[in-house]
Structure formats: structure tokens, C-alpha cells
Design a protein around this ligand. Structure first.
Ligand code: GAL
Length: 395
């Protein structure tokens, strides 16, 4: 099985943790259709930890908790498939899952066969309580090989949080995505931390095996299992734009049955999703757009620059067909001004001698700007806000 684009879907953990059941999952599948999420590209409905009984059955098979899932998992798979969606489940490379339910260690082949029998399409595979005498790569290879031989295409989503240098061996396993960062929490600090940790890991990301920055917190507003303080809609928009630029899987984590209009608009912005799902899956790069490069007359210590925020990340990514995605991310608590954010076309690979200019359309506001006198002048960006442009070379 080959995965060519960052997977998109929903996962139960961020909001529901242990409070999952058949009714919730079936209703969530319905909402995928009703709310336009399926049309926007979301596909996988994934049940995370705490779905099983604490004991396996007499044949060593995992048993869905009958109180939560009275008709079993094949029933859920059939329902989800009947909606044209795909079904995901969760297990762990250790003796136990992170919440203390049976893990798949030494049961890999039994579990892969069981998952295939239930007709799942996606397996998230965690890393808690694993034996320390076996290398992490071997633990993931064990399940990868069992899945590859189970007779069904099952997307393998490795979740070892980047531990034990996951980036160096994860592609050996054939995994289709791998958690490159720690767990997300519903706070601006968490979003910022994950994005900045992810930034230098992009050389490991790419088509076939995507760096997974964890499930989205868009629309949680502090509710649920990873609640914390919650974020503003502006921060959620920045969060979604970052995940889109960094080619991360887009797995929704809020309760989509009760989505705010703002959260829905963020999660279904088709132009932003297209930046994430671009077929080229090119590696994003950072524009070394320091203040003194923009105006050589002024030095960083010039009072002009005093109070200008330092934490403004400028990121670009080539798109299939010749366009360029350009993201301006204001991580600071101050306004980012045009001087902070001006983009020299040369840094995007467009020399002045080409006689061409850049035409950039911002994908949240629809506003279009053009480069003039050799600079793409970006309007001010508010604290924690971002701008995400699709840039065309014109003229
Ligand atoms: C963590 C994982 C979370 C969630 C949780 C379940 O290790 O990173 O995303 O799956 O386990 O217990």
C-alpha cells in the first residue's frame, strides 16, 4: 500500500478519550457527510485507545468492550464503509496501551488478522509499556510485517512520538505516517512548540511516509481530554495553516457533532487543504528574511526595529504546477509589520532579471498582492495570526 498524500480524518482521543461508544462513532461518520468534511477530503474515522476489554479472549484475541461497542467492530466498519469513509483503530507496540489496555506485543500476527477480519483501514500504533530488550525499530517492523501480510490494505500510523530516533528507522518499516512530536494540547503554547520542533524535521518528511504533528485541536476551545486553556479562532487558523504547510496528516480532534461555524470554516478551507494535499509533497523551506537584508541601510540595532517581534517564521513550499505556497507565522505577542515580513522573490527562486513578478493570494481573506520594486510587501500580521498565500509567477 502506498500513501501519496498526508492522510485526513478524525480521531477520538483529543476530545473523548475513554468516553467513546458506537453511537458516537456512527454519528461522527454521519457528520462527516452532513458537514462537508468528506467533500473537503476527510476520510478516516479513527477510534483511539480504551476501546477494548482488559483481557483478551481464550484464543488470545482482542475483545471490544461490549458496553461501548455492543455490535462489535465489523459492524462499525460496515457502517463507516457504507458512507464511503474508512475506519481506523488503535493498538500499541508494548504489553499494554498507554491507558493500560492489552497491547500487541507478541500478539502482532493475531491482532493484524483480527483487524483485517474487522475490515479496518488504518492502525495507529503507540509505544507505551514496550519491552526494552527489543529495539524500537524491530517492534514497529513486527506489526508492519504482520499488517503487510494480513490480506488487507491497512494504513500504518506509527506513534512513537519521535522517541529512539524514530526518524532514522521509521521508513525501514514501511509505515505511512509517524508521530514526529510529543502529544498536542489545546493551547497556543503547544501549537507553537510543536511547530518549532517540527520545523527542522522536514528533511525526513515526504510522500509515502509523512511526519505526523499529532491530531488537530481546532475547535476544541479548551474542552475534552487534551483541553487546557483552549485557543482563539485566530490561533486555530494559524495551527491549521502550519500543519498544512508542513505536510502533516490532518486528523481532526474536536467534537465535530458540535462544531462552531468558525472551526468548520477553518477545517474545510479547500484552498488551504490543497496546500497540504499538493501532489508534489515538496519539502517546505524557511526564508532567511532578516531585517537587515530587506533594507541594508538599517542595522538590527537601529531603533527603527525596536519592539519589532523576532518570532516571525516565513516558510515557503513549491507546489505542483509552478505555484508556491508562502506562510507568514507570527508566533510573537506583538504585531509583525511589513518590514518584518517583506519577501524577496529571489529567496523563492525568482531572480529580478527574469522580469517576472509574484502575485500572491491570501487563502483566508482572499486578498491578492503583487511584488513591486523587487519586494513582496506583506501587510501587517496580528499577534499569533498568520498569512497563507498561494503565489503565482506572472508577467
Ligand atoms: C499517547 C498518544 C496519544 C493517544 C494516547 C492514548 O501515547 O500519543 O495520541 O493515542 O497515547 O492512550
Amino acid at each position: 500500500m502506498i500513501v501519496n498524500k498526508p492522510p485526513m480524518g478524525w480521531n477520538s482521543w483529543n476530545t473523548f478519550a475513554k468516553d467513546i461508544n458506537e453511537e458516537l462513532i456512527l454519528k461522527t461518520a454521519d457528520v462527516f457527510i452532513e458537514s462537508g468534511l468528506k467533500d473537503a477530503g476527510y476520510e478516516y474515522v479513527v477510534i483511539d485507545d480504551i476501546w477494548a476489554l482488559k483481557e483478551r479472549d481464550e484464543k488470545g484475541r482482542l475483545v471490544p468492550d461490549p458496553e461501548k461497542f455492543p455490535h462489535g467492530m465489523k459492524y462499525i466498519a460496515d457502517y463507516i464503509h457504507s458512507k464511503g469513509l474508512k475506519f481506523g483503530m488503535y493498538s500499541c507496540a508494548g504489553y499494554y496501551t498507554c491507558a493500560g489496555y492489552p497491547g500487541s506485543f507478541d500478539y502482532e500476527w493475531i491482532d493484524a488478522a483480527t483487524f483485517a477480519e474487522w475490515e479496518i483501514d488504518f492502525l495507529k500504533y503507540d509505544f507505551c509499556f514496550h519491552p526494552t530488550c527489543i529495539n524500537a525499530d524491530v517492534l514497529y517492523k513486527r506489526m508492519a510485517l504482520a499488517l503487510a501480510n494480513c490480506g488487507r490494505d491497512i494504513l500504518f500510523s506509527a506513534c512513537s512520538w519521535g522517541a529512539e530516533n524514530t526518524r532514522h528507522w521509521i521508513k525501514e518499516t514501511g509505515a505511512h505516517m509517524w508521530r514526529s512530536t510529543q502529544d498536542i494540547f489545546d493551547s497556543w503554547e503547544s501549537i507553537k512548540t510543536l511547530a518549532l520542533k517540527e520545523a527542522p524535521l522536514q528533511e525526513y518528511n515526504g510522500r509515502g511516509c509523512f511526519n505526523d504533528m499529532d491530531m488537530l485541536v481546532v475547535g476544541m476551545y479548551g474542552k475534552g481530554n487534551v483541553g487546557l486553556t483552549g485557543c482563539t479562532d485566530v490561533e486555530y487558523r494559524t495551527h491549521f495553516s502550519l500543519w498544512a504547510m508542513l505536510n502533516s496528516p490532518l486528523m481532526i480532534g474536536c467534537d465535530i457533532r458540535n462544531m462552531s461555524d468558525a472551526a468548520k470554516a477553518i477545517l474545510t478551507n479547500k484552498e488551504v487543504i490543497a496546500i497540504n494535499q499538493d501532489p508534489l509533497c515538496a519539502q517546505p523551506f524557511y526564508i532567511n528574511n532578516t531585517k537587515w537584508e530587506i533594507n541594508t541601510e538599517r542595522k538590527p540595532e537601529d531603533p527603527f526595529y525596536k519592539n519589532l517581534p523576532d518570532e516571525v517564521l516565513l516558510m515557503a513550499k513549491y507546489l505542483d504546477g509552478g505555484d508556491i505556497a508562502l506562510g507568514i507565522f507570527n508566533f510573537s505577542d506583538g504585531k509583525a509589520s511589513r518590514w518584518h515580513q517583506a519577501v524577496l522573490p529571489d529567496l523563492l527562486g525568482l531572480p529580478a532579471i527574469s522580469g517576472k513578478v509574484l502575485e500572491a493570494t491570501e487563502l483566508w481573506s482572499g486578498e491578492t498582492i503583487r511584488s513591486r520594486c523587487g519586494v513582496l510587501d506583506i501587510p501587517d500580521t496580528e499577534p499569533h495570526d498568520c498569512k497563507l498565500y498561494r503565489v503565482k509567477v506572472v508577467g
